[in-house]
Design a protein around this ligand. Sequence first.
Ligand code: UGA
Ligand code: MN
Length: 346
Amino acid sequence: MVYFNLYFLKRRARKWWPYLAILLLLIIGYYEGVFHQFSSSSVLDSVDDQSRSTMKEVFALQRQVRLLRSVLKSYSIPEREYSDVLLPTIYVITPTYARPVQKAELTRLKTVFLHVPALHWIVVEDASQNSQLVSNFLKSSGLTYTHLHQPTPDEWKLKDSDPNWRKPRGVLQRNAGIKWLRRKFMQESNPRGVVYFADDDNTYSIELFQEMRHTQTVSVWPVGLVGDVMVERPQVSVHPKGEGHQVTGWLTGWKPNRPFATDMAGFAVNLALLLKKSKAEFSLSSQRGFLESDFLGNLVKLNNLEPKAELCTMVYVWHTRTEKANMKHEERLRRAGKPTDEGIEV
Ligand code: UGA
Ligand code: MN
């Protein structure tokens, strides 16, 4: 019986096999098509040119997002820093002046600032007009920036032969930056943001900007390699009423009893607070070493300072100073009419 049935089927199959084969091919063809629908190339094949290029862009952007996420992760930067459109902007004011190392200094800063979301760089040249070098540099930087100039009058300019403490530096340039901010936010009663004074020769870490981002009044932190010691830092104690921590003084090698014994790199100011205090600016007549202290005295009381960087136990900025470039041979070549930087910007 079984034998008979199999024999019968075989016979029928022999008759029907061409039809079965065609059916099989049709089924395979159908599923192949369905699978291809899911692959991007086939999706792109089935749409018009306009949608195709848009979709290609979307795929490319998705790839970039994945890459950027992994970069953020490797720097331990919280992702929300980048996705929060309401992030307070950090206005970084940098005085700068022309000398052989200028572009190198600005490049070091740019490289860090590019990693910081919502940063607006206000670069103020100590010059009677904006230079080509800085203009071109900023234009191609990829940063949001404002380019200003404010010359230091001759009598306040440091001479090459002067020791660097003889006259304050960057004073009028920082004030020009503050003035620009006052004008920009003239109509706004409570603008969100933070102001930081970043000299062009220091070394800044990415973490520093995360620390200062949400400053309510004035925030402070340690500064490495400054004031002839390894580190200058605020002294932090538990608040007597148990309300967190507060700054009670300063650990520095030189004059720790200054009301605010911090370097320029060691604090950031809430934008609204700075703008509210209409007289807050830097003064050329501040006593030597009191530039920062006098400025902050117009803004806060010591116990209102916000200690950052793990209660001032971490160093995220260093007051490095760049060696003056030796131009001995350059000067000789210049005198001979053969400067090495002819037709090339350094
Ligand atoms: C220290 C502080 O870190 C500065 O913030 C402070 O302004 C300075 O002392 C001071 O007492 O005036 P230091 O490294 O000695 O800094 O100063 P520089 O880095 O030489 O100058 C501070 C800023 O002013 C820099 O961004 C620099 O580019 C700029 N600068 C300097 C000018 O704009 N014009 C100049 O003629 C010299
Ligand atoms: Mn410096």
